[in-house]
Design a protein around this ligand. Structure first.
Ligand SMILES: Nc1ncnc2c1ncn2[C@@H]1O[C@H](COP(=O)(O)OP(=O)(O)OP(=O)(O)O)[C@@H](O)[C@H]1O
Ligand SMILES: [Mg+2]
Length: 364
């Protein structure tokens, strides 16, 4: 017989707002199990994003919420991931085995796309997802350096598909692995897009939850063609708070709109400078650019990343922040950004999960 406590547990769970997505557990259909037994509330939640570390974060918030809803029993929480494939541009076919391709782009160069892309990939991997990185910057590939894979060459298996390289638990492919870094690239636009679509389709990515694409800077023909040819589930736009970079980021946003790729949100990079000797925080690139743009276009601000010399040193040293200093506040900023990005994607409709086995990653 359901008791008043059962009812309180059911309704308390239903209206709890999940911080990663901003949606209620009812809307997310996240509750897999909820029961009161031996004086304890046993709850199992499943989310459409990687959940490593999430139970720990949710436990106190959910327990407090349930207590307010009238549940007196202490909470035993279990959380698992159920990452689905999301729709891509209508005219394209999703990649076999790769659930979601996520493009990291910006209008302007040098705003930190590659650093965001690599830390996003490593954060998702740290949270339990299977992740790949495609460096789409033909003219200035950064991923070989940032992943500590410089000078390595991928193998071609059976004379056909290229085996990606592996670093820190993610697989990666870059034109930088195939060409001589010292040799200047004189390719024209069509050759570049041809080379990239080939890198994407000739690489043996295996089964991935997310493939992060580090886009070349700008919103020219190459970027537009890429956005039209690569089956993308969502894009992340990186900007710095300066007005000019934000104006450029708007162009990036418009470009994805034009080719019907949903923009998951904006990442504001180099938001606050934290002085390494005194700890003083200063907004040397201005304030609130990402916020302003997010409001104006109705997109989510996925994260604000500090300007910190260690972020550059770690990436240049082949061990990006999320791997080099996983417990640091700066890594926490990347991990939170990754959670919100995957959450924004999970909220999107248009699953084409048919044909993929359902895989549940347990949070242990
Ligand atoms: N939050 C940060 N704090 C400190 N340094 C950073 C931060 N983000 C990026 N950098 C540094 O800024 C430089 C540019 O970053 P990155 O290469 O990621 O930018 P990008 O947008 O990919 O550039 P490009 O347009 O050339 O591809 C790099 O040296 C990187 O280490
Ligand atoms: Mg780059």
């Amino acid at each position: 017989m359901p008791t008043r406590d059962d009812a309180a547990l059911a309704s308390g769970l239903a209206d709890f707002v999940d911080p990663a997505t901003g949606a209620t557990l009812a809307k997310l259909e996240a509750v897999r199990q909820a029961e009161l037994r031996n004086g304890r509330a046993r709850v199992h939640l499943a989310f459409g994003f990687p959940v490593g570390g999430y139970a720990h974060e949710l436990q106190p918030q959910l327990a407090a919420h349930l207590a307010r809803a009238g549940v007196t029993a202490p909470l035993d929480l279990e959380v698992s991931a159920d990452i689905r494939a999301h729709a891509v541009q209508r005219q394209l076919k999703p990649m076999a085995g790769v659930r979601n391709v996520v493009a990291v782009a910006s209008g302007k160069g040098g705003v930190g796309k590659s650093t965001v892309a690599v830390n996003l990939a490593l954060a998702w991997a740290a949270q339990g997802a299977r992740v790949g990185v495609l460096d789409a910057d033909i003219y200035g590939p950064s991923q070989p350096l940032m992943l500590g894979l410089e000078g390595q060459r991928p193998r071609v298996a059976g004379g056909k598909r290229i085996q990606p390289l592996t670093a820190h638990g993610v697989v990666a492919m870059s034109i930088g692995f195939l060409i001589d870094a010292a040799q200047p690239m004189v390719w024209r636009g069509p050759m570049v897009t041809q080379a990239l679509t080939q890198l994407l389709s000739d690489t043996d990515w295996g089964e991935l939850d997310y493939l992060v694409v580090d886009m070349p800077p700008g919103t020219g023909d190459i970027q537009l063609t890429l956005a039209q040819r690569v089956p993308v589930s969502g894009a992340v736009i990186v900007t710095t708070p300066q007005h000019i970079a934000v104006a450029d980021a708007r162009k990036g946003l418009k470009m994805f709109e034009k080719v019907s790729v949903p923009v998951l949100g904006i990442v504001e990079n180099m938001s606050l400078h934290v002085c390494s000797s005194c700890g003083h925080a200063e907004a040397i690139f201005g304030e609130g650019g990402g916020d302003e743009m997010a409001r104006e276009y109705g997109v989510t601000l996925l994260g604000r990343l500090p300007l910190d010399a260690r972020i550059r040193e770690e990436a240049d040293g082949g061990r990006p922040t999320v791997v080099a200093a996983p417990e640091s506040p700066r890594a926490a900023a990347y991990l939170a950004m990754a959670r919100r990005t995957a959450g924004a994607l999970a909220l999107r409709a248009g699953d084409h999960g048919a044909g993929f086995p359902k895989i549940v990653v347990e949070d242990t």
